[in-house]
Each structure stands twice: as C-alpha cells, then as structure tokens.
Write a protein that binds this ligand. Structure first.
Ligand SMILES: O=C(O)CCC(=O)C(=O)O
Ligand SMILES: [Fe+2]
Length: 280
C-alpha cells in the first residue's frame, strides 16, 4: 500500500487531511502556561480553560450585565433593523460585515478573558474566523439545518456564544454532547454525512444545554455533536463568534480604520488575516 493510500485509509474522505488536526490544531502546553502567567485572571483562566478542554463546552452565566449588556442588546437591535436578513421559519440573521464594523460587537466578541479562554483551548495563536448573529422567533417547526444533531464538518472549530435574550431550559436552546469534541469523524463529505436523526442521543447522560439569562456566555467546539432547537416558547437572540488556528476563515469584507484603531494589538492580530488564507 502506498503512503498516500494508507493516509486515506486513516483519515477517510476528509479533504482537510490530518495535517489540519495534527499541525494546525495541536495545542502547546508551554504556550498555555505562558498565557496563564501573563493573564490578569490566571486562576479563572486556568479553571475555565481546562474545563473547556475536557468537555468541549463551558458556560459562564451572566458574564455580561448592566450597561454593557444593554449596549450589546441595543446594538444587536440596531444592526438587525438596518442589515438583518430574513431566512426561513422566523429566523433573521445579521451578516458578518456589519458585525465586524461594530465596536460594541467586537469589544464583547474579543473581550480579553473570553479571548484568552479561546486561546487557551487552542494552545496557540488563533484567528476569529467568522461572526454571526441571529434572532429566532418562537415557532414550532420540524428539525432542519443546524436544528438537528450535527457536527459542523470543520474538525476543531470553536465558538463563543453570547446570549442576548433569556433562555429557559425548555427554550430554543443549543444542546451539546459533553466530551464529543474529541471525536474523529472519519467519513463526512457533505452536510448530510454530518447530520443525525433526532433520537440519536436520546437519554444520553452527557447531553447538556446552553441556557441562562441574557449576558450568559458559552464556549463550544463545533466538532462535537450539537443541535439547536426550535419551539414556540420564546424568541432567542444570539451572537456567535467563531475561532480557528488555521483553516476555515471567512471573508469579512472591509473593516473601517476607525474600528480597527480602537482594538488592542492582540484583538487586531485575531481579526486581521493574510488574504491568501481566506476560505470564502
Ligand atoms: O442555533 C443553534 O442553537 C445551533 C447553532 C449551531 O449549530 C452552530 O453554531 O454550529
Ligand atoms: Fe453547528
């Protein structure tokens, strides 16, 4: 067997090949230790970071509160009114370009502690790959798209979710199978291979939900099994910030100088990527 065929046998039909996982993604413990020793919140960062690494999911209740939360909610409402696009089934999305041109959004998305938790997870420098915001109205619909069990088909790919509305345990929540971020999905080529029937994780002890008051922040690795839920309980407003160390970068379009100028060096290097590695 040739080396190429052997590699194919190991990694399946994965067009990203194992280089992605073992070279782009491999965390460095030394790098993590330095991150902690340079942090203003070393003990929190270590505890949160280790939790995220072991579970693939971490929830920080009411991280944003008071005026900071109100500013973020007002900005979401404003951007939804000016730039929101209606999708199917009472779903509205704000595209990435207006989001990356909002100082209020970037301040929260790249908050120093939240960013460091993501950096700890990857154990190396990373990029903000994408940012999306959505409102889902309370509607009962059959499972579709991300509202069915799936993984994102990108291998390791982490997200920071910022809840902008209260989300009850029976609400339009995201569910996650704790620990499933370590899975190696051997055969997937299309969205279809990465989606699963609704009863796939029924009764699973490791099934957890992202819920809480507005301002709650959750971290998840979308390589793990997860799903959104649609039902008629209450509206959900969500800001979702995506991170990667190497591949899967989405084109933000122009970022205005006045927005860029307000950022720290670390925040700038997180959103500013060489054009050659843009994915879309
Ligand atoms: O909307 C949701 O709760 C699910 C979102 C999702 O699957 C994702 O961001 O990867
Ligand atoms: Fe997903």
């Amino acid at each position: 067997m040739t080396l190429k065929r052997l590699a194919k046998k190991i990694v399946g039909r994965d067009r990203h090949s194992f280089w992605h996982r073992y070279i782009y993604e491999k965390p460095s413990q030394k790098w993590r230790n330095e991150l902690i020793s340079n942090s203003r919140y070393p003990s929190e960062l270590k505890a949160y970071g280790e939790n995220f690494v072991s579970d693939g999911l971490l929830v920080l209740p009411e991280f944003f509160k008071g005026p900071e939360l109100k500013a973020l909610q007002d900005e979401f409402e404003k951007l939804l009114n000016t730039n929101g696009k209606e999708c199917d089934h009472g779903e509205f999305q704000i595209p990435r370009n207006p989001l990356v041109n909002s100082q209020t959004v970037l301040k929260a998305a790249l908050d120093p502690l939240l960013l460091d938790i993501q950096r700890f997870y990857w154990g190396k420098d990373l990029y903000m790959s994408d940012v999306v915001a959505s409102r889902i109205e309370p509607i009962d619909v059959k499972d579709y798209g991300s509202f069915q069990w799936h993984h994102d088909g990108k291998r390791k790919y982490s997200k920071t979710f910022i809840l902008l509305s209260d989300l009850e345990p029976d609400g339009q929540r995201t569910e996650y199978i704790v620990g499933s971020h370590k899975n190696w999905h051997k055969d997937w080529d299309s969205g279809r291979d990465s989606r699963f029937p609704s009863d796939r994780f029924e009764g699973d002890q490791k099934r957890a939900s992202i819920t809480g008051k507005a301002g709650t922040v959750a971290f998840l690795d979308a390589n793990g099994f997860h799903r959104g839920n649609r039902n008629s309980t209450a509206r959900r407003d969500l800001l979702s910030v995506c991170f990667t160390a190497g591949e899967m970068l989405y084109h933000f379009g122009e970022i205005e100088n006045k927005v860029f100028d307000e950022l720290s060096d670390l925040q700038r290097s997180t959103i500013d990527r060489p054009p050659t590695i843009w994915n879309k």
